[in-house]
Design a protein around this ligand. Structure first.
Ligand SMILES: Nc1ncnc2c1ncn2[C@@H]1O[C@H](COP(=O)(O)OP(=O)(O)OP(=O)(O)O)[C@@H](O)[C@H]1O
Length: 583
């Protein structure tokens, strides 16, 4: 029952978000289409009996009811069509926004790693328009039930035994539920194949992958995989649809047969008046219309509830008790990982009980081979992921207890797999700190050595991305400079993370950017700012206050460049190897 109420609340909330006026109008015109058959049934008995007995009051009352009903029949469809078109225009966007909020609004992103989350998200995305189309369902449901009850009372008034007629619908409803369960299972089974087909489609049409695909002539191969994935998804869905339609049809063939039997019973009754017969016939319309609605609704209600269940499930995964401990304005001690374990679901832990101390006011560089766990460390330090055991302590306070929204306002990060925002240049940088004043964008671009922006057709207002008519495409290094600028928009973060920020930069630019980052780090020293650099290029990390070597998620060496060179471990070996390459 609780989930029905929650579904009804979700639908009404969606309707309200689409627009209170439109929602109300849509509800009224939809419900008015139910009134007419009942009014006809109610009006026709006094009308016919009045005509037979010559009673004018009965004729007038019946005539008014039938007249009003006919007016509804004529006017309601016009309003209904208009309101439906307007609702459709808006509803899919509103539903899509709800899904977006679920996907993007969570404080952490850990759930994105789980296939079940992605499958449900895919299913919800496909079915969200259904949800938005059904916003009036809670009211319609009540109305249809009322219509059925009134029709039943009127039938019972004619002949008490007919009160059992609606009960005939129970087995049909039960079979409908079974049919819906089959469909729901198949949707989830097919979701991963649909997701695969969608990914292949996006890969084939994305300009970023077009070059590699064409050089390798992978078009036909991708098409084949796309066909396989969509065929698998379709065959799962078709088989389930066939079974559910079969079960549903068997269920609903019982009801019309029962009604025909009831009509025969009424006509055999000796005391019936002509008005009674007219009422029974008119009620056939009302009951059949109500039964049809119930039939439609039963399917829709179950389908919508299934969709709503995905929504609630996803909301539950993304939701968590927000921490309340405020983030300090400056760091005095530092950030510490204490016996942190973390894995992505496989048996192997990316961080198998890691201890690491990042002292306040220092620049710390982390180096290590591919897969050593450097980026995973960043995910935990930014609070995107939570340790399975152990803790990340910020000046001694467990990050899990802190207000993550506030903490992230004080963290800046540039990532190796940065986003190429198809916005204007100014916007693509400003998203790094939306609450910062606009002139910070210019300052950040200068720090990131992104003077190329001044040569673009509209400077900061230049649209980025070739999918726009006047959009400009940048080189890999220019995109990366924008990503670095984005990370520098916040002038005074507590933690500044640069995860492989210079892979696409030429050596001079890289040196210039690192000089500026070092100056930034010095400027933030008094506030205890920690600058964390992750790089495979050892020349860029040698000036860091502390260098940490990570191996299989554990700290294997730590010290300054000179100390590590003297020790003669992995760092010294790799540094010498890289340095020799440049000689
Ligand atoms: N999203 C993921 N799902 C599953 N496993 C992952 C995921 N991301 C990383 N891993 C695994 O976690 C381990 C650490 O990966 P991580 O990306 O942190 O390494 P890294 O040191 O940053 O590597 P690189 O230098 O190649 O960027 C690796 O074994 C990797 O396979």
């Amino acid at each position: 029952m609780k989930s029905w109420v929650a579904t009804a609340r979700l639908l009404i909330g969606l309707g309200w978000e689409i627009g209170p006026g439109l929602f109300t109008l849509y509800t009224v015109v939809t419900m008015s289409s139910f009134i007419s058959p009942l009014l006809v049934a109610l009006g026709v008995r006094p009308l016919v009996d009045g005509v037979v007995s010559g009673e004018p009051r009965q004729i007038v009352a019946g005539g008014i009811a039938v007249g009003v009903a006919l007016t509804f029949v004529l006017v309601a469809p016009i309003g209904y069509r208009w309101a439906t078109i307007r609702m459709r225009e808006r509803s899919s966007f509103v539903a899509e926004r709800r899904v977006l909020r679920l996907a993007a609004g969570a404080p952490q992103i850990q759930h994105f790693e789980r296939p079940e989350f992605l499958d449900r998200l895919q299913t919800l995305r496909r079915e969200a328009p259904d949800l938005a189309d059904s916003v009036t369902m809670p009211f319609i449901g009540l109305f249809v039930v009322a219509q059925l009850v009134i029709s039943t009372v009127l039938l019972a008034d004619l002949m008490p035994i007919l009160v059992v007629l609606p009960l005939v619908a129970i087995p049909s409803l039960w079979l409908s539920r079974r049919a819906e369960r089959i469909r729901r299972r198949s949707e989830l089974e097919a979701a991963s194949q649909r997701r695969l087909a969608q990914q292949l489609f996006m890969l084939s049409v994305a300009p970023t992958s077009a070059q590699e695909l064409h050089v390798a002539s992978m078009g036909d191969e991708l098409l084949r995989h796309h066909r396989d994935a969509s065929d698998k998804a379709n065959s799962i869905a078709h088989e389930a649809l066939f079974r559910s339609v079969l079960i549903g049809s068997v269920g609903w063939s019982v009801f019309p047969l029962a009604y025909v039997a009831a009509m025969v019973l009424i006509l055999h009754e000796a005391s019936v008046t002509p008005g009674d017969v007219a009422l029974a016939l008119a009620l056939a319309g009302a009951v059949v219309s109500a039964a049809n609605r119930v039939l439609d609704l039963a399917g829709t209600v179950l389908r919508v509830r299934t969709t709503a269940e995905h929504y609630f499930w996803l909301a539950q995964q993304a939701e968590e008790e927000p921490g309340t401990v405020p983030t300090p304005d400056r760091l005095t001690h530092g950030i510490e990982l204490k016996q942190v374990t973390f894995g992505y679901g496989s048996d192997r832990l990316a961080l198998p009980g890691t201890d690491l101390f990042l002292p306040a006011g220092r620049t710390v560089a982390i180096v290590g081979e591919n897969g050593a766990g450097k980026s995973t460390l960043v995910k935990l330090l930014t609070g995107m992921y939570r340790p399975a055991t152990g803790a990340v302590l910020v000046d001694g306070v467990d990050l899990a207890t802190m207000d993550l929204e506030e903490y992230r306002q004080k963290v800046s990060a540039g990532f190796q797999d940065f986003v190429r925002y198809q916005l204007t240049v100014g916007e693509a940088v400003a998203v790094g700190g939306l609450s910062e004043p606009p002139d910070q964008v210019r300052t950040a671009l200068t720090k990131a050595d992104a003077s190329f922006v001044d040569t673009l057709p509209q400077g900061l207002d230049t649209q980025l991305g070739t999918s726009w008519v006047d959009g400009v495409e940048l080189s890999g290094g220019q995109w990366q400079k924008l990503a670095i600028a984005r990370a520098l928009v916040r002038p005074a973060p507590l933690l500044m993370i640069m995860d492989e920020p210079s892979a696409s930069l030429d050596p001079q630019t890289e040196a210039a950017v690192f000089d500026r980052l070092a100056a930034e780090a010095r400027a933030g020293r008094a506030d205890g700012r920690i600058t964390l650099l992750i790089s495979h290029r050892f020349s860029t990390v040698r000036s860091a206050d502390l260098i940490v070597v990570l191996g299989k998620g554990l700290v294997t060496e730590r010290g300054t460049h000179d100390e590590l060179m003297t020790t003669g471990g992995t760092y010294a070996e790799l540094y010498s190897l890289q340095a020799a390459g440049y000689r």
